[in-house]
Design a protein around this ligand. Structure first.
Ligand code: ADP
Length: 532
């Protein structure tokens, strides 16, 4: 008899723990209802155990009533579960609340009459024998079967309607797991007692193990809740359970005390441990969610960035033609192609020319940037003389240096400066860097030096300008990077020149970098190219 009681206790604990896991995994309505089913099973098993254990026939009758009422709650709650599962959002129609009436009536009836279902209990060789009130028992059994059949009708209907394969799998596990438990449970606890065979009554609850295993497997397989948390919880609960049993069976008071204290410590530490694991898991889940959101945002940003590049490219192309004609006509006016003009007009047109020239330069930068971003920049490499390219660039910016009162000099060491380069892009790069020196040098001079050593060509552009603070050096050569002090000297700027210079020089397998002793101490830009 002891083993029957132990088995029933274990089944009660197992079902409660399982029910707890199910709600912990997801606090939705169907999980809560399913946990209530397992709670009903636990109560049923527990009262059955107390019934078997009871030495007094009166308390045996009380426990018999309790386990009949606990058992009666199972098909009812399972029925509600079958209405909802697996769709969390569906709500019961009001009429379904009426289904609670028979259970309520039974509970109330039992309060007044102890013998509604069990009319008599007596001790026998096999344990306890029960004489049932057959009429009421028939109603009780019909009630039971009615809800079981209705529940499976609903579950089968849902499985038929369900389109998602994961839902179908979940439903199948629930249907198989619960129906086998139901059939065997009803066999030993509902049908056999009808035929006056009461000794196998304790066998019903253990069959709920099939349900626990099958649904538990389905839950874990489909990651409905986190395995790490479960592992910690199972370990902690097993430990607590083990110490609890030890405490109960301790023979001396001293042993009992030690085990009791141990139980308390393990429970507290266990709860803290579980909490920290849950927290860790939650944090990880949050981070994963954020990462996922970030991924989406990134994809969206990339798309927007692409659109922006396309827009910049389109706009720059459209602007090129009018600016080119502005430049062309103003230069023709200055050259006198349209007859003599007054010096005042000449001055204005000259300004028009310089402005449109720098605008054309900026637009070219934007166009190159959009080409780089769209991966559409093309280089046309050919044999060129870097000395000639540099000389051209210096000559192009000479007027502007003069205008700003700066001394611009070019120093060339004798040597061979032939290299395979994209002449146009390299010229743009030289112009960008020398123009910067002019822009950021309020007074003084700019020296451009060209030298060669072995298979390399070196270009050095140094100025006596505003310089760059040590901590700012690493900020340069990035897209739209402009240092704060740049604005104070020259507000006109896009922060693209150096970025493009780096892109272009890197495409030439060369290097570009800057050195400066600090603010106000001038800067030197270096370009290193390979000889062709
Ligand atoms: P922009 O000149 O249009 O702002 P650049 O990419 O050409 O863009 O330069 C980026 C930044 O680097 C400038 O805003 C300025 O702060 C700094 N810089 C570039 N050249 C010099 C220089 N010769 N002296 C001091 N600072 C410079």
């Amino acid at each position: 008899m002891e083993y029957q009681i132990v088995t029933l206790f274990l089944i009660a604990i197992l079902n409660s723990v399982f029910g707890y896991f199910v709600v912990r995994g997801n606090k939705g309505v169907s999980n809560t209802l399913f946990s209530l089913v397992t709670l009903g099973v636990s109560m049923w098993a527990l009262n059955l155990a107390f019934f078997i254990k009871a030495t007094n026939l009166d308390s045996a009758l009380l426990f018999a009533n309790l386990y009949y009422i606990s058992a009666a709650s199972i098909p009812l709650v399972f029925f509600y579960f079958s209405l909802i599962f697996p769709n969390e959002n569906s709500v019961f129609k009001k009429k379904y609340y009426l289904f609670i009436t028979p259970l309520a009536l039974l509970a109330i009836g039992m309060l007044f009459d102890n013998n509604i279902i069990v009319s008599e209990i007596f001790n026998s060789e096999t344990g306890k024998d029960v004489i049932l009130n057959k009429t009421n028992y028939l109603i009780y059994g019909s009630y039971f079967l009615f809800f079981v059949i209705l529940s499976y009708y609903h579950l089968l209907k849902t499985i038929k309607k369900s389109k998602e394969s994961i839902e179908k799998t979940q439903l199948k596990f629930v249907i198989w797991g619960t129906s086998i438990s139901y059939i065997l449970g009803m066999l030993f606890n509902l049908f056999l007692p009808w035929f006056d065979s009461y000794e196998y009554i304790w066998l019903g609850p253990p069959f709920t193990l099939i349900m626990v295993i099958s649904i538990g497997y389905a839950i874990i397989k489909h990651h409905l809740f986190n395995e790490k948390v479960i592992a910690t919880e199972i370990l902690t609960f097993s430990l607590i359970f083990f110490i609890l049993i030890r405490t109960i069976i301790s023979e001396t008071l001293q042993e009992q005390l030690i085990n009791g204290v141990l139980l308390l410590v393990v429970t507290i530490v266990g709860i803290l441990l579980i909490r920290s694991v849950i927290k860790e898991v939650e944090t990880r889940e949050k981070i994963e969610k954020l990462a996922e959101e970030l991924k989406h945002a990134n994809v969206r940003l990339k798309k927007l960035d692409k659109q922006k590049s396309e827009f910049v490219s389109m706009a720059s192309h459209q602007l090129r033609a009018p600016i080119a004609s502005l430049k062309g006509y103003s230069s023709m006016i200055l050259e006198g192609s349209y007859g003599p003009v007054s010096s005042k007009v000449k001055e204005v047109v000259a300004r028009l020319f310089t402005s449109s020239d720098s605008l054309a330069f900026i637009i070219n930068d934007f166009l190159n940037l959009s080409r780089i971003e769209r991966g559409k920049i093309e280089y046309s490499f050919s044999k060129n003389n870097v000395e000639t390219l540099l000389e051209t660039a210096v000559n192009q910016v000479k007027p502007s240096a003069k205008e700003n009162g700066l001394k611009l000099s070019l120093f060339v060491n004798t040597g061979n400066y032939e290299a395979i380069v994209d002449g146009e892009k390299l010229n743009q790069t030289f112009l960008n860097i020398i123009n910067n020196s002019i822009k950021y040098t309020p007074k003084g001079s700019i020296d451009v030096k060209l030298s060669t050593k072995e298979k390399k060509i070196f270009i050095e552009i140094s100025d006596t300008g505003i310089g760059i603070a040590k901590e700012d050096l690493s900020k340069l050569f990035k897209k739209f990077a402009r240092l704060d002090h740049a604005n104070s000297v020259n507000v006109k700027g896009t922060g693209l020149g150096l970025f493009l210079a780096k892109e272009i020089i890197t495409a030439h397998k060369g290097k570009v970098w800057v050195e400066s002793e600090g603010e106000g101490k001038g800067s030197t830009f270096f370009i290193e190219l390979k000889k062709g």
